[in-house]
Structures are given as structure tokens and as C-alpha cells.
Design a protein around this ligand. Structure first.
Ligand code: ADP
Ligand code: MG
Length: 696
């Protein structure tokens, strides 16, 4: 067996490989392109393409693909071979710079939210030199952006790269004001912790709801859930650990630093966290992690469920997006720092982030909103739908002191001239980590915990990057014009903290009281996806994204439309699946059981006419009533689904699904789950919650 260091990154065309295989000048030129984001020279591209091809062929590749992230949230690829004919019976393997840089793609089957209708039918993919290419399944994967011919982004990666540019530009302005003339580039880094469930494949195959919608649409609670808390960090079952071993190995070859693995709170729930990397790479890696989780699970006779809420009544799955801001030399600007000067800079950046989160609560909420995540957020196990920030006691006190113009006399902090306190480096664990907070400061990074487990993590980062860039822009405007820099910084900080302190909340985010208090503070509580999506194209949001060149008004509108459309599609599939399962599996099974119970009662009575048939009568009565109810709800659901599906406007359709279709689905489920707990298990046509969660 090969050692980990031998296999790690062996399938990635990374910096080491490039340095080794590219002529010095070409390598330098490519690095410059990556650092500045400028377009690459055609002659350079040819050399890179050729080196990439030779390397890929050595790794067993015969094909290449432009790999992109359409607005559906999953990845897409179209494979071409390197083969190029020479004469009649010979081929050579070729790959040109042109093919590397740009790919034509028939975009018509990807959602564009009307963008293509207004513009052009085709889209193209453009190489993102800042994300490494890699070989997987005999194919060279080239990470690309996906755009329409008129330049509108049809993907999630383009706005991400633009937002990274925005925070770099505005962040550097601030750093220069603090006398930093050496930093060349600021990048955001992300480490995304991924939660998931594992289920036995045979059991999975018996449930249409899991197959079609990724979650159970019916299912009575198992006698044992997560109440004993014996699963969290518990020992791994051997089948699971074999799966995790293979998963890690596959991810390592792709250079993904899969680091921690442990059991999560719910039975059969687990988590994987890679070591953080530059945001665009972190996004690519998270997509690959999700893909490989599914693929490797299959090889072990298992299925990986990435849905936000596979099972009602037990924890759902999310993703924690750990975010920080770093210089090209690896200095983290979210590190409080040791000197008073660093300290002021840190506090100003903190103020910028609080302002960004407060002013764009709606966008952060939208960036995590999906039909799947609606089942989880605010469910008493995940952050609520209200966005707030946890900072910890020490920072809270400092902010309070700044607002009041007091001298901070904290335990550890010293005092500096401006009346601005200095904080010594405080380690992660000195802050009490509030698990219920949607966005928590954890020592040197912000951990955004509202993300759904199945989503592409690009959008939350687009919002964070752009909103913070906007705070930086405003701060830089003020400070560049200031006569007394120190006084201006102090005033800006005081003003910003005072205005945006309402977004800070350190209490229990899961509690009912918080909802009330948040309303008093004027914070948004966008309870579901439909409510959230509506805010997407508010004038302030259009202004934000267009100011920084991240998304145009057209791009925002098209995305909003796609979000509504996706939402409706998901609920529609769920509704149809419920109808199918209830009408063709569950109702007939209950009917059969009731029939057999009735026959048994009749048989008993024929032998002993006076015997009590209390059990049978009771079961027949209860189950008949419930089955009738289920039958009626199926009929209602058919009508409601057809009506919603016929609505042409995507927003109106989504509203109909949310307000009319979802409540009927919930009523149908209630009736069916009640029947499950009354019906003999031999008759029940579906594996139970216990089977699904405890038989892995
Ligand atoms: P938790 O206690 O929240 O489960 P983990 O250790 O599992 O924390 O995960 C923390 C994640 O944060 C990892 O992916 C880690 O690489 C990432 N991380 C650590 N430092 C930074 C940073 N400066 N920027 C972004 N992500 C970071
Ligand atoms: Mg975490």
C-alpha cells in the first residue's frame, strides 16, 4: 500500500506539478495571471494545455472536461477525448490552449432564469486558472466558469470569483490606510464541515421517498432516537469506518485534506471536515466531497443522504462555513493580533463585518434558503431563521466600552491611547462557543452555521465577501478623506458598533424568547425560502452587487426566478411521491391488514359467538378512519398539486406550493404515521425509522 504522502494530491495539477512541468517563464506568467486575475496569454495557454495533457495521460486520462457549477447547485461536465486523427488510421493525443481556455456548451438544458431567452442560446465555459485541474475516472477535469455569450454568469462560480476580487480591492484600500504597502492580495479562506447520513442500500431501495426526494416523507418515530446522546463522537461501526477509509483515500488523491471524521448527534449521522483553503478551491472541494461520499458509499452497499432533513424528529444535516480573510503571506486579518495597532485594525474589521451582516441579513438568509433547509432551520436543533452574530463575552465588553467611550478594564486587555482597548491574542477556546448561534466568531474566523448539507457553498460566500467589501469601501471612503486618521478610526468604530450592536446575540438562539427579542430589535425573521427569496432584488441588494461588479440586476433577477422554480420543483416531486406511496403502497396495505383483522374477528366469533373482539374492533375502527382520512388527503393533494403545477409565474407557483400544497402534505403524513404505529409490521410496506437508522 502506498503511503498517504505518496497518494496525497497525486491526481491534482497543483503548484508543485506546474513548477516542475512548465518552463519557468510560463509558470511565472501563469502565477501572475492567477494573482492578478488578468486574462492569460494565448501562447502561455498552449504550453500549459500541453503540459496538462501529458501529465493527465500519464495518470490514465483519455478525455478532458470543462467542469462547471450551473445554477442548479450541482456540477456539470461534458467529456471530449484528446484524440485527434492523423491521416486515415492514426491518432494523436492533442489539447490546445484554446480548448483549455474556452469551451462551447449548449446551455439550453441548464436553468438561466430567462437569461438565455433575452440573450443568446449558447453558453460557454471559461477556465478558472485559480482552481487546480485534476484527473478523475480517466478524465482531466478543468474547473471553469459558465457564462452566456453576452457575459452574464450562468453559474455560481463567476460571482464567487468576482466577490473575491471585490473584497480584495476594498480590503487593500483599508490596509494601505493602516500603512501596509506590501500586501499584494487579500483572499478569503473557507473550511466547510459537511454533515451526512448513511443508510443501508437495500433498505434505501425499498423507499420511494428516499429515492425520489432524498428524505423520508412518511415515517413514525423510532422508539429510540438521539436522546441518549450515545452516538455523538461514539465509536464507528466497522462498515462505516471502512467507508470512511476509502473516502479519505479517494479525497487525498484529489488533494483534499480530509481531516476530521466523527459521528454526529443523530444515529447514522456523520461529519467530515477538510482543512480550509482559498474559497474557490474550498467550493470545488466541497462539491467533490459530496460526489465522492455518494460514490464510495455505493461501493460499500450503502447510500449517503445529503438531504438537510432525511428523518423527521432527529437532527438534520448542515454545513458549517468557516470563513476568514488572509493576506497572500498567510496572515489572518481576523486574528486579534498582539500590538495595539494590529488591535485597532482587527476591531475595525470586526465592525465592518457586523455592519455587513446587519445590513445584509436578508442576503445571508437567502444564500442558505432551500426547500430542504426549510425543514431544518429553526427546528430546535439548527440555527433559527434569524441571522445574528455571537462574539463571546470579552469582545462584547470591549464593544460596549467603545460605544460608551469608557476605558475597558477587562481581565486581560490593556488600554491604549485612543481609548480603544487592546486584546491579547485570544485562543479559540477562551471564547465560549455558542452552538446555537447562526454566525459565531471562533477566535480567528467566523463560522456560518445556517448552510444546508446539500447546497453549493458558493452563494453564502458571495454574500459574505461582497457585503464585507461594501463595509470596507465605505470605511475607506471616510478614512481616506479624514484629517486625523486615529480620531476618525475611533469615531467610525464607535458609530458602527452603536448602530449595529443589535445583530450581536449571545443567548440561546433556539429559544422562543429570542424570536420575540429579535423582533423587538427589528431583526429579520424570514421563516421560509419563499419569504427569503422575495428580498433578493430589493434595491439595496441590487445596488450592493452591482457596485462591486459581482452580479448585475439581470443576473440577480434571473437567479431569483430560478430559486423560486427550484423550490417549486422540489415540493412538486415530494407531493407526487407522497401520492404514489400513499395511494399504491400504504392505503392498500392498511386496507389489507384491516381486512385480515376483520376476518380474524369473524373467525373468532364463528367459534365463540360471545367472545370479545375489542382489540380487533378497535383496530378496525381506528385504522378505517385514518385510512379514509389518508385517502381524502391524497385526493386533495392531487388537486392542489395540479393547480400549483399549472401556475406559470415562478414566484406565484412557489407561494402556492408553500401555502397550499405543503400543509396538505403534512396532514397526509400525520394520518399515515398514525397508521404505521397501529399496523402489524409484517403488513407495513416500508422499512421503519428504526430499520433505516439503526441497521447500518
Ligand atoms: P468544529 O469544532 O466547529 O466542529 P472543526 O475543527 O471540525 O470545528 O472544523 C473547523 C473548520 O474550520 C475546519 O475545516 C478548519 O480547517 C476550518 N478553519 C480553521 N481555521 C480557519 C480559517 N482561518 N479560515 C477558514 N477556515 C478555517
Ligand atoms: Mg463547526
Amino acid at each position: 500500500m502506498k503511503s498517504i504522502s505518496e497518494i496525497f494530491g497525486s491526481m491534482v495539477f497543483n503548484d508543485d506539478v506546474m513548477r516542475e512541468r512548465l518552463p519557468k517563464e510560463v509558470y511565472k506568467s501563469l502565477m501572475k495571471t492567477i494573482a492578478t486575475g488578468k486574462t492569460i496569454d494565448a501562447s502561455v495557454a498552449d504550453v500549459v494545455a500541453n503540459a496538462m495533457k501529458d501529465w493527465a495521460i500519464e495518470k490514465g486520462a483519455t478525455h478532458y472536461t470543462h467542469w462547471f457549477q450551473p445554477l442548479t447547485g450541482v456540477t456539470a461536465e461534458k467529456h471530449d477525448s484528446f484524440i485527434s486523427p492523423v491521416g486515415n488510421c492514426k491518432v494523436v493525443m492533442e489539447f490546445s490552449g484554446k480548448e483549455l481556455i474556452k469551451g462551447e456548451s449548449d446551455a439550453s438544458s441548464f436553468p438561466s432564469g430567462g437569461l438565455r431567452a433575452t440573450f443568446e442560446a449558447r453558453g460557454y465555459t471559461a477556465w478558472d486558472p485559480a482552481s487546480y485541474a485534476f484527473v478523475k475516472d480517466g478524465t482531466l477535469y478543468i474547473p471553469t466558469a459558465f457564462c452566456s455569450y453576452t457575459g452574464e454568469a450562468l453559474d455560481t462560480k463567476t460571482p464567487l470569483l468576482r466577490s473575491m476580487d471585490a473584497i480584495n480591492t476594498e480590503g487593500l484600500r483599508l490596509l494601505r490606510l493602516f500603512g501596509d504597502n506590501t500586501t499584494k492580495r487579500l483572499t478569503t479562506t473557507v473550511g466547510a464541515e459537511q454533515e451526512y447520513f448513511i443508510i443501508d442500500k437495500e433498505i434505501y431501495n425499498q423507499r420511494k421517498d428516499l429515492i425520489y426526494s432524498g428524505r423520508t416523507l412518511f415515517g413514525a418515530r423510532a422508539p429510540k432516537g438521539q436522546e441518549l446522546e450515545d452516538h455523538y463522537f461514539g465509536p464507528l461501526k466497522s462498515r462505516i469506518s471502512a467507508f470512511m477509509r476509502d473516502l479519505d483515500e479517494a479525497l487525498w488523491t484529489l488533494g483534499i485534506n480530509s481531516k476530521t471524521k466523527h459521528n454526529e448527534a443523530a444515529p447514522a449521522q456523520h461529519e467530515l471536515a477538510p482543512i480550509f483553503s482559498t474559497t474557490n478551491m474550498a467550493v470545488d472541494q466541497n462539491l467533490l466531497i459530496m460526489e465522492y461520499m455518494k460514490k464510495i458509499a455505493e461501493e460499500h452497499g450503502l447510500v449517503c443522504l445529503l438531504h438537510e432533513k432525511p428523518y423527521a424528529g432527529v437532527n438534520g444535516s448542515g454545513k458549517h462555513n468557516n470563513w476568514s480573510l488572509n493576506t497572500e503571506t498567510g496572515k489572518n486579518l481576523l486574528d486579534p493580533g498582539k500590538t495595539p495597532a494590529e488591535n485597532v485594525k482587527f476591531l475595525l474589521i470586526l465592525a465592518a463585518i457586523l455592519k455587513a451582516v446587519d445590513e445584509y441579513q436578508d442576503l445571508l438568509r437567502i444564500s442558505v434558503a432551500s426547500a430542504g433547509n426549510d425543514n431544518r432551520l429553526g427546528g430546535g436543533e439548527a440555527p433559527p431563521a434569524i441571522v445574528s452574530v455571537f462574539l463571546g463575552e470579552e469582545l462584547d465588553d470591549i464593544i460596549e466600552a467603545i460605544i460608551n467611550g469608557d476605558v475597558y478594564k477587562g481581565k486581560k486587555a490593556g488600554v491604549m491611547d485612543l481609548g480603544i482597548p487592546t486584546i491579547p491574542t485570544f485562543r479559540k477556546d477562551t471564547t465560549d462557543r455558542n452552538r446555537t448561534s447562526p454566525l459565531a466568531f471562533t477566535g480567528n474566523k467566523f463560522e456560518f452555521r445556517m448552510l444546508g448539507s446539500s447546497q453549493n457553498i458558493a452563494m453564502p460566500n458571495v454574500v459574505m465577501n461582497t457585503a464585507v467589501a461594501e463595509s470596507f469601501r465605505q470605511f475607506a471612503d471616510v478614512l481616506e478623506a479624514a484629517e486625523d486618521f486615529d480620531a476618525a478610526v475611533a469615531e467610525l468604530m464607535r458609530e458602527t458598533f452603536a448602530k449595529h450592536r443589535r445583530i450581536i446575540f449571545d443567548g440561546n438562539g433556539y429559544s422562543k424568547e429570542w424570536e420575540i427579542e429579535a423582533a423587538e430589535r427589528g431583526l429579520l425573521n424570514l421563516k421560509d425560502s419563499v419569504e427569503a427569496y422575495k428580498c433578493f432584488d430589493l434595491p439595496k441588494n441590487i445596488k450592493l452587487f452591482s457596485t462591486h461588479g459581482v452580479m448585475s440586476e439581470t443576473e440577480i433577477r434571473s437567479r431569483k426566478d430560478i430559486l423560486f422554480e427550484n423550490y417549486s420543483k422540489i415540493i412538486n416531486i415530494e407531493a407526487l411521491t407522497m401520492i404514489e406511496m400513499a395511494a399504491r403502497e400504504i392505503i392498500p396495505a392498511v386496507s389489507e391488514y384491516v381486512g385480515d383483522v376483520a376476518s380474524n374477528a369473524a373467525a373468532k366469533l364463528s367459534v365463540m359467538p360471545k367472545i370479545s373482539c375489542k382489540v380487533e374492533k378497535d383496530l378496525i375502527e381506528k385504522l378505517s378512519a385514518l385510512n379514509e382520512k389518508a385517502y381524502e388527503k391524497v385526493a386533495e393533494l392531487r388537486v392542489a398539486e395540479a393547480k400549483a403545477a399549472a401556475i406559470e409565474d415562478n414566484e406565484a407557483a412557489a407561494e402556492e406550493y408553500r401555502s397550499v400544497v405543503l400543509p396538505i402534505m403534512a396532514e397526509l403524513r400525520t394520518a399515515v404515521d398514525a397508521m404505521e404505529s397501529l399496523t402489524a409490521s409484517d403488513y407495513w410496506p416500508l422499512p421503519s425509522y428504526g430499520d433505516m437508522m439503526f441497521r447500518v
